[in-house]
Ligand binder design. Structure first.
Ligand code: FE2
Length: 269
């Protein structure tokens, strides 16, 4: 941790530390670390040193759906947040999401578009690809939580803990920053979306744990926030399942088409 960052963290705890329920924060952290979607077969496949462009394109296209919706979660959390300190933090987050100025990059959706284009996906192709049901379910589940003041605490847990805590694993970072350039010839600018989030997600999760541990005052609210972390993780698992199923069905269709073309050629001989 840099000196500047350490000072910022110290200042944060100086201002908010007295309000944070540390025992509950630990409960949240334990549930996050027990989540299983980060070891999903799809993510494992992407960390193998084996080129699979069709699968990576499918992952990119569905991930784009999540990325393009993400600023609205932050905007809604800002809208429902009663604590001025965190409201300001969420406003800064939204500013970065929409402009990329703080990270010296660009709007985060634009960063994801650069990644898709580097994979050879045109804007027209991106717009034509249907959103998988499991992708839509993940989007909708989190949206209904952040969209009501009654479930604000669960919304914070779903977005700032479970969602931003999805890609903290070392293996996943290695997959992105070592394998993607090696296997697909991607340049650092094509991967800017991932570099920015590798740096930011750790701090966003930390802030999400603090905020949730500050606003959950009753046991019922605490249980609801813990449940939101687990359920979001389940929705992520089903989102990965959906991508794998779509890949396998398009793969088997391609194989079947190739086989029938082969048989046609053989019969025509
Ligand atoms: Fe982002």
């Amino acid at each position: 941790m840099t000196t500047k960052l350490r000072l910022a963290v110290n200042k944060h705890y100086e201002l908010r530390g007295q309000y944070i329920d540390l025992a509950f924060r630990k409960e949240l952290e334990d549930v996050l670390f027990s989540c299983t979607s980060s070891s999903h077969a799809l993510l494992k496949e992407l960390t193998r040193p084996r080129r699979n462009l069709p699968l990576l394109r499918l992952v990119g296209l569905q991930a784009y759906q999540l990325v393009s919706f993400f600023p609205r979660y932050i905007g809604s959390l800002y809208h429902h947040c009663d604590i001025a300190y965190y409201r300001k933090r969420l406003a800064i987050r939204l500013y970065e999401e929409e402009t990329g100025i703080l990270s010296g990059t660009a709007n985060h959706e634009v960063l994801m578009l650069r990644f898709l284009r580097a994979l050879g996906i045109s804007d027209a192709e991106r717009d034509e690809v249907p959103v998988l049901l499991s992708t839509q379910n993940l989007i909708d589940y989190r949206w209904q939580l952040v969209n009501s003041p009654d479930t604000f605490h669960s919304g914070v847990a779903a977005i700032m803990i479970a969602s931003e805590g999805q890609y903290l694993e070392e293996e996943t970072h290695r997959g992105r920053h070592v394998l993607l350039p090696m296997l697909y010839g991607l340049k650092p600018e094509d991967l800017a979306f991932f570099s920015v989030h590798t740096r930011e997600d750790v701090f966003h999760v930390r802030e999400g744990l603090d905020l949730t541990a500050e606003i959950c005052l009753t046991r019922e609210q605490k249980d609801q926030a813990l449940q939101a972390v687990c359920e979001t993780d389940d929705y992520f698992s089903r989102y990965y399942d959906g991508i794998l199923e779509a890949y396998e069905s398009s793969h088997s269709t391609n194989v079947a088409t190739q086989n029938s073309e082969y048989m046609r050629d053989v019969c025509a001989c």
